[in-house]
Design a protein around this ligand. Sequence first.
Ligand code: MN
Length: 234
Amino acid sequence: MTKFIGILCWSDIIDGKKYQSINTAFSEMIEKAGATPIIFPQIAEMIKVDHFLDLVDGVLLIGGSDISPHLYGEDPTRYIWDTNPRRDVVEMNFLQRAIERKVPIFAVCRGMQLLNVYLGGDLYQDIYEQKEKVMNHSDRDNRKITYYHNISIEKDSHMEKIFGSKTLVNSYHHQAIRKLAGDLKATARANDGIIEAVEYKNEDQFILGVQFHPEVPEDNPKFQEIYKYFVSQL
Ligand code: MN
């Protein structure tokens, strides 16, 4: 019997029309890992969130716009990019129910940041303005450049089981975790201290968050392994 993973869409406005979509690589990599993806539109109503969760064995939160800073008690600085308050609400509701119901969660980039905020942590609205001696974690001038950096991985973590003690990851973010939520542990960091992976301390639920983008398989031969590992935890 196949396992089902629910992927929440991001939203976009293209030529004045509203779209909800995912990067196809997410569904392909989940399929390749032996599970079946189900794509969820952005519906916030709790009763429907529950119905969605009834359909799946795990949830995948994907990347996208900045997290609204009011969710961690701040006003936007000049350096914040676009936010999407509606999507914040949808994903916070999914996180609330998935955590209450102990549904396994894999959270990528924005998803990991939102998870940290949901659990009581906060974020750098912009690492370049708010953290000293930070390296390049993103293309800041829209030159379509991808930056890569090493991450060091904690022993006895899910991350270590997938990648070993060190690996090279892509980096497309200008926000990052500042105060880590008490229920999370940082299991990978870049050399400048930026948190690149988190895991749930509560061992009766699988939650893994990564700051990098494992949906780009050519960036690291082990990225496909993350999805296999996730499926093995369902
Ligand atoms: Mn990074």
